[in-house]
Each structure stands twice: as C-alpha cells, then as structure tokens.
Write a new protein. Structure first.
Length: 352
C-alpha cells in the first residue's frame, strides 16, 4: 500500500488588511529579535511608511507590537542612544491606532534629558525636532537657525552633481522633516529643487531604486513633479521584487529598497505592498538585471584628462565611444528625462 502525503503550502494573503498584518508580523517577530538595533531600524521604517501615507493596517495588525509598546519606556531609559527609534515607533503605533499615551511620556522625558542637544548632526537634531513636535514639544535650541543650516546645505546644488549617497539621502530626509512627511509645504527655493533633480539624475544613472524612490517622494512633498521616466522605471522595479518565505531564509536582503519603492507607489496614489505575503519569516530581493553605468561613466570621464569638458554636447560623442551600449542607453534616458541634465553634467564632469 502506498502512503500519499499531501503538502499544504502556506496560505497566501489577499486582502490589504491581511497583507499588511502579515508584513508587520514578519518585521515584528520573524526577521530580528530582542533589543537588536536593526530590529528598531526595520520596524521604525515600515511603521513610518504606513503612518505617513495614511495606510491603516487595522488594530489587529499592531498586536505583535503590544509587548514592545508596554515596555518601551524601560527600554528607552536604558538605551537612550536609540531614543529617536523609540520615539518614532511609539508615535507611529499610537497614530496607527494603538491605544495609549506612551509616546508623549517618552517625548517629554527625552526633552527633559536634553537628548536632542546631544546630537552632533544637524540632520539628527532636525529629526528629533520633528518627532517631538508630534506631541507638542519643542526641544531647546535655535530651531530656525537649525532649519536655515539645512536649507543652506540643500542650496549647494554642486554637492549633488557628484556621486555621494550620504549627501543625497541627507537631502531627502531634510525635505521629509521640513515637510512633516508631506503634511506641509517645505518651501524649497529653486536651488533646493535643482539639488533634488541633480541627485535624482545620479540615482537614475546608477539605477539605484532605493535612493531614486526617496528623491521622487521628496520632490512630491516639495510640490515638484518627478520626471515620468523615473517614476515609470520605479514602478517596474517595484513589480520585479521577489518575496521568499521560510524559517531559514537570510534577512541580508533588499528590504529597505522594497519598503521605499512601495512607499513611492503609495505616495503617488498607486497600489502598494501587493506582493503575496505569508505569516512567517520573509526576505525581499530586487531584480538582479540592472545596468550599472555609473562606474563606466566615471572611468570614461576620468580617463579623458585634459580633454574632459563640462559641455555635454561635446562630451556625448566621447561617451558613445567609451560606454557599453546598455550603459549609453541609460545615460541617454537620463538626458531626456530632465531639463536639468546639462547643468548637472557640467558639475559631474569636474572639468575646472
């Protein structure tokens, strides 16, 4: 007699509420654990995206965070160096529907401890100001001067014509904080908007969907329309993500890019987080089939030496000779995607 064993695959989740519940359960309970700072980072990011896009997961989806929320005050007092993560998660949980007033207690304790004044970085201090403002607290310090320094940083567009991911991410986050994640006009001047275009061109040429998503979101918050070629590419890349589940899958993955690509979808009014999720550990991987023209482009420009020019029209023929057809195709798309391309290239060339 033959025994037939029927395997039942994990059930896939179809409704938005169920999908979001599975997604939050994965980040809260199945990828990282305990007081791991990466747990704080991942969960702060996914909850922030849901909160700032007005995506309501439902109270049942927040159940995996109840234990954390109940002990968050104790955790923050012991790990004050992570106070911005604790504030962010607590604020978002409450604003997404969790009952309680822990966030205000934490904000007032952080203010009493002058934690924002312990920050050396203006960007981190600006984030603290934004977090505390959500419960009506303004930390000590000259906030207008802080904001002006951030605007001065954004106004130097030449910074963003060169490959510098750290500066580009700081640019987007300044817009997030000044706009309260799209809730008010950040009032960027022309130079600040030009900086976003320059950073976006670099991200597009590099085919970096993570950074380009953040830039397009920041542009939307600044009432600047992102080039359709960028947003169309992001939509395709979001659709190409794969989700793998299982208790042994590695979480050294592209989760952040997955989150911000879907954030971009939600921010532009498209459906987000529509992949088939399961109630267990998941990893998120981007498409491996991407051109990487940035290295080719930089090497070609460097090797031109004295022949290098900031005039794109004269450099285009050199690029066609030096780059692979695929890399040149991406560069040509970048050229037609933005009216800022020639000004961007003048800075990228570093000819003077």
């Amino acid at each position: 007699m033959t025994n037939v064993i029927q395997l039942t695959p994990p059930s896939r989740i179809d409704t938005q509420e169920a999908r979001l519940g599975a997604l939050l359960d994965c980040f809260a309970q199945h990828r990282r654990f305990g007081d791991d700072v990466f747990w704080l980072k991942e969960n702060a990011e996914v909850l922030n995206i849901l909160e700032c896009t007005g995506t309501e997961p439902g109270r049942a989806a927040l159940e995996p965070y109840v234990g954390f929320y109940q002990s968050v005050e104790k955790r923050m007092r012991f790990f004050p160096q992570y106070y911005r993560f604790f504030l962010s998660i607590s604020l978002d949980l409450e604003d997404l529907g969790m009952a309680g007033t822990q966030a205000e207690k934490l904000v007032r304790w952080a203010d009493a401890q002058s934690l924002a004044q312990a920050e050396l970085s203006d960007l981190q201090r600006l984030e603290a100001v934004r977090l505390m403002a959500r419960r009506g607290v303004t930390p000590a310090g000259d906030v207008p001067a802080l904001e002006q320094r951030a605007r001065n940083f954004m106004a130097r567009s030449d910074t963003f014509a060169l490959p510098n991911k750290k500066a580009a991410y700081e640019l987007t986050h300044i817009v997030f904080y000044l706009s309260e994640y799209g809730r008010r006009d950040p009032q960027l001047d022309d130079a600040g908007k030009r900086s976003l275009h320059f950073a976006g061109l670099l991200a597009f040429i590099e085919q970096n969907a993570d950074l380009l998503s953040e830039i397009c979101i920041a542009m939307t918050y600044a009432h600047e329309t992102p080039p359709p070629m960028w947003t169309d590419w992001l939509k395709r890349e979001t659709a190409l993500f794969t989700v793998t589940d299982g208790p042994e899958v590695s979480v050294q993955d592209d989760y952040h890019e997955f989150l911000v690509c879907n954030w971009h979808q939600a921010a532009t009014g498209d459906a987000a987080f529509v992949k088939a999720f399961t109630d267990e550990r998941m990893r998120f991987d981007r498409s491996a089939d991407r051109a990487t023209p940035m290295r080719e482009m930089s090497e070609a420009m460097f090797n031109l030496d004295e022949a290098r020019s900031g005039d794109w029209l004269s450099m285009r023929l050199h690029m066609e000779d030096a780059l692979s057809p695929r890399a040149m195709d991406v560069l040509s798309q970048a050229e037609i995607s933005s009216t800022h391309f020639e000004d961007f290239f003048h800075g990228f060339a570093r000819s003077t």
